[in-house]
Design a protein around this ligand. Structure first.
Ligand SMILES: NC(=O)C1=CN([C@@H]2O[C@H](COP(=O)(O)OP(=O)(O)OC[C@H]3O[C@@H](n4cnc5c(N)ncnc54)[C@H](O)[C@@H]3O)[C@@H](O)[C@H]2O)C=CC1
Ligand SMILES: O=C(O)C(=O)COP(=O)(O)O
Length: 603
């Protein structure tokens, strides 16, 4: 590595590096990333960047494909921001054809959003909104690989699902559906439909999350003894509603009724099977408003026929709709509904609003609070981290532009100096933005919070993080962020630190990100436009000379700062500019005799 490479280094070979990468993006919204700060302030340079990137499409509204019925309130919200295409009952082929014209897709449980959908989108699809909880119909791995955010609506249908669970429980215990069909068939079978009581019976809730705990609360009101199994549920939440958390074994062995409320995952798939049915209390009754796949349906038929399971009430099925001749559906002791758990007027309005807000927010570039395949960061933390998110991306962007052509970037070290305890500072967001800043200027890949780690890994980029714990208490989550790129040469030799890495450091001042160190030189320039870094022999009049070259071309200088080793020795001058200087002006700056090297960096 040469630490004194190329005195009088020429200007950046391709000063429009980051523009070029953006202009390859298929949609204007790709350019917004998950960080909308660049649109929020009046920063001429950045506005130019976006407009140049995709002038035509930026003026257009994004297109949202709503592939399943969504409440009116949600549609109204969407229409204020986007072109909304409500196309229900699309075949998989039709969905794949349409998707390349869409920036967002909203589905419920009836649409399979598989890998083909993401591949067919040609990179345009930026958000999939699941208007409900379960995301087992969305291929999350494929979404993440394609940088597509998946958001859901996790809370608005909780009560509806819990109420349906209770409805099924009571209807099953008293044979309501069977008796209803019998009366309508002009029979009057009072002895046949004698039921069982709920009071005093043990109900085991499997999956003590949002729905499970609401079912528990209601079942307690019915006088049931409620136990629950959930490996991840906090015991105090269970205790608070008088529910005992027990092992899976104890739950299934002691329950008179079992109600399922876990997500469908590889771990929960066919959790109830021949083996587990065999360990249940004879005559157990089962309710499933979670997902059909958590039960081995053929095993359930066997358990019903063997009398192990007395009755089942099912809202969900492995295949939806199930086959007409399904033994399970047709079984006399099975009550079925067509996936109605979330289907109340109230829940559907709530879900529609929840998902519309999440999708619009994501399209605007805001960080989603209900992201499924990206870190979920609480809103208050997001607000606090916002300027640091911008700082992180810009430091990454600056650091990579300092790398000399031909040196592959592989090892990046990020140091966060903070007085917060490590648990109090979530750096995933910052790491993702540094990754974005590093990768985007040198590739055509679009990086966001969703695919940052995946993209870094794909490209062999290793990002290690270090926490520097500062003494004392500070209101700021972070004091500074430092980005170092190891084992590379720099086109601006002064950016190489004493230890041989390219080093840039920054901090947030009054809500604005600042560059505070380049190599071993302290500087102070706000990261708001682009930057010219010059190394010079420290002497009076330098700021004036460079300033007047830029002034002649009407390039507005927003900040200048000089960091020197010692008076009249070497110094690094950082100049923040609002407009991009012409090549001629940059050359004239390079020709100033005292300037030993310089570089122009786009933010
Ligand atoms: N039928 C319908 O229309 C509706 C169905 N649902 C389904 O209900 C289920 C629960 O939804 P929410 O309560 O909102 O989700 P949630 O995420 O709040 O709760 C799920 C709970 O399951 C637990 N869990 C995970 N693995 C488990 C395992 N191996 N054993 C036991 N528990 C386990 C989790 O720790 C979590 O506490 C989901 O599958 C969802 O898709 C939700 C709404 C409507
Ligand atoms: O939210 C869920 O997980 C549900 O199962 C509800 O599904 P739906 O939106 O009614 O197709």
């Amino acid at each position: 590595m040469s630490t004194m490479a190329s005195l009088k280094t020429p200007t950046l070979k391709n000063p429009s590096l980051s523009l070029t990468s953006k202009s390859r993006l298929p949609s204007a919204f790709s350019a917004t990333s998950l960080n909308n700060l660049r649109f929020s302030r009046s920063q001429p340079q950045r506005r130019v960047l976006i407009i140049t990137a995709s002038a035509a499409s930026f003026s257009n509204k994004p297109t949202v494909l709503v592939a399943e019925k969504l409440g009116e309130a949600g549609l109204t919200l969407l229409k204020q921001f986007a072109n909304v295409d409500c196309s229900y009952n699309l075949s998989p082929e039709e969905l794949c054809t349409k998707i390349s014209l869409c920036d967002a897709l909203i589905v419920r449980s009836g649409t399979k959003v598989n890998r083909e959908v993401f591949e067919s989108s040609g990179g345009r699809l930026k958000v999939v909104g699941r208007a409900g909880v379960g995301i087992d119909n969305v291929d999350l791995a494929a979404a993440t690989e394609h940088g597509c955010l998946v958001v859901n609506a996790p809370t608005a249908n909780t009560v509806a699902a819990a109420e349906h669970g209770i409805a099924l429980l009571a209807a099953m215990a008293r044979n309501v559906a069977q008796a209803d069909a019998s009366v309508k068939a002009e029979k009057w079978q009072r002895n046949k439909y004698v039921g069982v009581s709920l009071v005093g019976k043990t109900l085991a809730i499997l999956g003590f999350g949002k729905v499970g705990s609401e079912v528990a609360r209601r079942a307690k009101g019915l006088g049931m003894h409620v136990i629950a199994h959930d490996p991840y549920a906090p015991a105090d939440r269970a205790r608070a509603i008088g529910v005992e958390l027990v092992s899976f074994e104890e739950a299934i062995a002691t329950a008179d009724f079992i109600s399922l409320h876990m997500p469908l995952t590889p771990a929960t798939s066919k959790m109830l099977n021949d083996e587990t049915f065999a360990r249940m209390k004879k005559g157990v009754r089962i309710v499933n408003v979670a997902r059909g796949g958590v039960i081995d349906e053929e095993a359930l038929v066997r358990a019903l026929d063997a009398g192990i399971v007395a009755q089942a009430a099912l809202d969900v099925f492995t295949e939806e709709p199930p086959q007409q001749d399904s033994k399970l559906v047709q079984h006399e002791r099975v009550t079925v509904t067509p996936h109605l758990g979330a289907s109340t007027i109230e829940a559907q309005e709530g879900v529609a609003i929840e998902i519309a807000e999440a999708v619009v927010g994501a399209l605007k570039g805001e960080l989603a609070a209900t992201a499924v395949n990206a870190p979920m960061v609480p809103a208050e933390v997001l607000t606090e981290l916002k300027p640091y998110v911008e700082l992180a991306e810009k430091l990454g962007r600056l650091a990579v532009q300092l790398v000399a052509g031909g040196s592959g970037v592989q090892n990046v070290k990020v140091s966060y100096a903070s007085s917060r305890a490590p648990d109090d500072l979530d750096t995933r967001l910052l790491r993702a933005m540094i990754t974005k800043g590093i990768i985007e200027p040198i590739t055509s890949v679009f990086v966001n919070l969703v695919n940052a780690d995946y993209t870094a890994k794909q490209r062999g980029l290793r990002i290690t993080e270090e926490r520097i714990l500062l003494d004392g208490l500070s209101e700021n989550p972070l004091e500074s962020i430092q980005v170092q790129i190891a084992n590379v040469e720099s086109k601006f030799a002064s950016a190489i630190s004493e230890t041989g890495e390219i080093k840039v450091e920054g901090r947030v001042k009054d809500g604005i990100p600042h560059l505070t160190k380049v190599g071993s030189f302290g500087v102070d320039v706000s990261l708001e436009g682009s930057i010219i870094l010059c190394r010079q022999v420290d002497q009076p009049g330098m700021i004036g000379k460079v300033g007047s070259i830029l002034g002649e071309e009407n390039v507005n200088v927003n900040f200048m700062s000089v960091g020197r080793i010692a008076p009249r020795k070497q110094a690094v001058m950082a100049i923040g500019v609002d407009e991009q200087p012409s090549k001629e002006s940059l050359k004239r700056i390079g020709d100033v005799p005292a300037i030993e090297e310089f570089v122009f960096l786009k933010l």
